[in-house]
Design a protein around this ligand. Structure first.
Ligand code: XMP
Length: 319
C-alpha cells in the first residue's frame, strides 16, 4: 500500500528527529493492535532505545502474556518488561461493582505500576501511545451533552503525572488504517486482525464483583466463543466479539439435578470505528453450538444469551 508506506516513512523520520540520539522511549504494550503497531513502529525508528512495558493486571484474555512475549521478545527482539501485578489490581478492585469506579481504580493502579517501572529505566523522556483518531475525538466528546460517556483510561493521565513528552503516531488514523500499517510493519496477521480490547479488560465484562473465580469463568467462555468464531470463519466478519458475565443466577437442570448458576451474554458487533455499531447476524446454529460448549465446558454457567442491541442506544461493552 503506497499511502501506508509513505505514512510510515514520514512518521519514522519524524520520530527519529523528535527523539534525537540519546534519549529513551517507553511504550505501554497491551497486546492489542494499537499499542502493538506503535511498538513495532518505534522499534523500526529507534531500535533498542525503545523499552516496552506490559502490565499483567489479571484482567487479560486467555494466554495474553505468552502471546505478547512471543511476538515482541522472541520475534522482534524488543526490550520487554513484563510486570506481574495481578494481585495489586484484584486487591484494589475487590468489592467494587460500579463501572466508572472500576475504570478509575484500574487507571490509577496502572499509572502507579508503570511509574515504578519507568523509574528503573535511565534517560526516558518520551512515552509512545497508541491513541487513535476516534480516541481523540471521543475524549473531547462529540457523543452528546454529558461530556464523555465512559472514561477511557488509556487517554490522558499517564503523561501529566510522569512528565513525559508524548509520541502518538496513530492520532490521525482509524482502526482499519492501523491494521494496514501493522501488516506493512510485519506484525503477524492474527495480531493485526485482532478485535479491539478495552484497557480495563475483563473488569468491564464482569458485571458486579470481580473475583478470581468470576474472571476464570468469563475468560474461559470468551476463549470458547473467540475460538469458535475463528474455527467457523466468522471472526473477520465481526468487528468485536466477547463474553460478558452477568450478575444474576438462573435456574437450570443438569441430569436430574436442579442448578442455580450464572449467565453468560455473548456480544458480537459490526462497526468501522466503534462509535456506532450494529449487532452481528451470526447464524443461530453457530450460537447454539457456542452455548452448548460454554455450558458444558465452563463450571458455574447454565445459561447463555445473545445481545442483539445496536449502538446507539446501547454501547458495545456492557459497562
Ligand atoms: P463502547 O462500550 O463505549 O465501546 O461502545 C467502544 C469501544 O471502546 C472500547 N472501550 C474501551 N477502551 N478503555 C478502552 O481502552 C475503556 O475504558 C473502554 N471502554 C470501552 C470498547 O471495547 C469498544 O471497542
Amino acid at each position: 500500500d503506497w499511502n501506508m508506506s509513505n505514512f510510515l516513512d514520514t512518521h519514522i523520520a519524524q520520530i527519529r528527529e523528535q527523539v534525537g540520539e540519546d534519549e529513551q522511549v517507553i511504550c505501554g504494550l497491551s497486546g492489542g493492535v494499537d499499542s502493538s503497531v506503535v511498538a513495532a513502529m518505534l522499534h523500526k525508528a529507534i531500535g533498542d532505545r525503545l523499552t516496552c512495558v506490559y502490565v499483567d493486571n489479571g484482567l487479560m484474555r486467555h494466554k495474553e502474556t505468552e502471546k505478547v512475549r512471543t511476538v515482541f521478545e522472541d520475534h522482534f527482539g524488543i526490550d520487554l518488561r513484563v510486570v506481574h501485578a495481578q494481585d495489586r489490581f484484584l486487591d484494589e478492585l475487590a468489592g467494587v461493582d460500579d463501572p466508572e469506579e472500576k475504570r478509575k481504580i484500574i487507571g490509577r493502579v496502572f499509572i502507579d505500576v508503570f511509574e515504578e517501572v519507568a523509574k528503573e529505566i535511565p534517560n526516558v523522556k518520551y512515552l509512545a501511545q497508541g491513541t487513535l483518531y476516534p480516541d481523540v475525538i471521543e475524549s473531547v466528546s462529540v457523543r452528546g451533552p454529558s461530556a464523555t460517556i465512559k472514561s477511557h483510561h488509556n487517554v490522558g493521565g499517564l503523561p501529566e503525572r510522569l512528565n513525559f513528552e508524548l509520541i502518538e503516531p496513530l492520532r490521525e488514523l482509524f482502526k482499519d488504517e492501523v491494521r494496514v500499517l501493522g501488516r506493512t510493519l510485519g506484525l503477524p496477521a492474527d495480531m493485526v486482525d485482532r478485535h479491539p480490547f478495552p484497557g480495563p479488560g475483563l473488569a468491564v465484562r464482569i458485571l458486579g464483583d470481580i473475583t478470581p473465580e468470576r474472571l476464570e469463568v468469563v475468560r474461559a467462555a470468551d476463549h470458547i466463543f473467540i475460538e469458535g468464531l475463528r474455527r467457523e470463519g466468522h471472526y473477520h466478519n465481526v468487528w468485536q466479539a466477547f463474553a460478558v458475565l452477568l450478575p444474576v443466577r438462573t435456574v437450570g437442570v443438569m441430569g436430574d439435578q436442579r442448578t442455580y448458576d450464572q449467565v453468560i451474554a455473548l456480544r458480537a458487533v459490526t462497526s468501522r470505528d466503534g462509535m456506532t455499531a450494529d449487532r452481528s447476524h451470526l447464524p443461530m446454529d453457530f450460537l447454539g453450538r457456542m452455548s452448548d460448549q460454554i455450558i458444558n465446558g465452563v463450571k458455574g454457567v447454565n445459561r447463555v444469551v445473545y445481545d442483539v442491541s445496536s449502538k446507539p442506544p446501547a454501547t458495545i461493552e456492557w459497562e
